[in-house]
Design a protein around this ligand. Sequence first.
Ligand SMILES: [Zn+2]
Ligand SMILES: [Zn+2]
Length: 372
Amino acid sequence: MVREVVVREDEGALQVVFPARGQVTLERTPAPVPGRGELVVRISSVGICATDLHLLDGHIGDPFPLVPGHEFVGVVDAVGPEDDRGLNTGDPVAVEMLVPCGRCDRCREGRHNLCELDDHALHPGAGRQMGVNIPRTAAPYSGGYATHLLVPRAGVVHRVPDGLDLETAVLAEPLAVAVRAVERGRVGLGDRVVIIGPGPIGLLAAAAASAAGAAEIVVVGGRQERRALARAFGATATVTERGAALVANLRARFGGGPDVVIEAAGAVEAQATAVQAVRRGGRVVLAGACGSGSVLALASDDMLLTREIDILPSFLAVGGYERSLGLLAQGRFPFASLITHVYPLSDVEKAFAAVRARTEGLTKAVLVPPAA
Ligand SMILES: [Zn+2]
Ligand SMILES: [Zn+2]
C-alpha cells in the first residue's frame, strides 16, 4: 500500500499533521501529482468535526501520523491519466471520506460504509476513511486539513451543483450523514420525529426530516441560540428536558410517543432515553458516536421485545451525498448560517480551542487553507 508520491517541484503543499496522540504540527510537503485514475483537489474549505478532536485525544484508535479532516470540498487541480470521472481542472467537488474497495460483498451491495477492508478486527491497520483511519505513512492520500487532497482511483467524488458556493458546500458531508440517519429511520410523510442533540448533525437532521415530509419535528436540548436555529431548520418545537422527564413529555405530547427518535448527541444515556420515548413499534436511529467501549444497556423484554422497537445505527454518509448537495443547492434552509467560525488552516489550534471551549455562538467551525 505504501508508495512514493510523485512530487511537483514548483509548488508545495501544506498539511496539518497529528504526529501522535495530543500533538498538532503544520508541515510543508511536496504537492502531489495524480497517478493513474487519481485526482488532486485543491481544498477550499474543511469542516472541523468533533471526530477530529476525539482522534487527537486518542479516543479513536491509533492512526498516527494522521492528516485529519473528512469534511472537505474544493476544486479539481489536476486530473491523472485514465481518470474516467469526467471531471476537469477547475470543477468544484465534494469528496467522500470513505474509499470503497469496490470488491467486497458490502461494497457491492452499496454499503461501502461497511467495507470489509475497513474492519480492523480482520484487517488491522488497513483503514478506508481519509482523515480518520488512514495514517499518512500507509497511503499517499490522507485527510483534508491541507491545501491538497490526493483522491485515489477508488475515491468517490461528487460535482458541486451550479449555484451552490463552496463555502456552503462544506456542509455536504455532515448533511449527508443527517440524510442517511433520516433514511435509516424511514422518515416519511406525516411522521412525528424527535431529534436528540442540537449540534450540526441534529440541526441538519431536522432539515432532512422536514424535506422528507415529517409533520412534527421536536429538537431536544441546547442553549437558546441552538433552539432558535433548530426552528430555522424545520423544528416545529424544541424542548430541554432529559431522561425520565423527557420521556414523560414526549409520550404525553405524542400520545404514546413519536414515530421516530434520532439520537445525534452521542451519549448512551440519550440513546436509552430515545428507546424509552419512542412509540410501540417505532424506530430509533443511533447517529451519534459515543466513543469506543461505551455500553448501552436496555431492558430487553420491557423496552425492545414487547414493543418491537427497530434500532437502526447509522454510520457515516454512504448514499446521502447527492441528496445532500441537492438540498444545499435548493437553499430551503439557512445552511450558511451554521458556519459561524472560519479560521485559516495555520490557526488550527486556535480553532480547536474555540470548539473545545464550546464558545457561545459557535455552531460549525471551518478551516480555510491558503489559496494557490
Ligand atoms: Zn464529521
Ligand atoms: Zn469493500
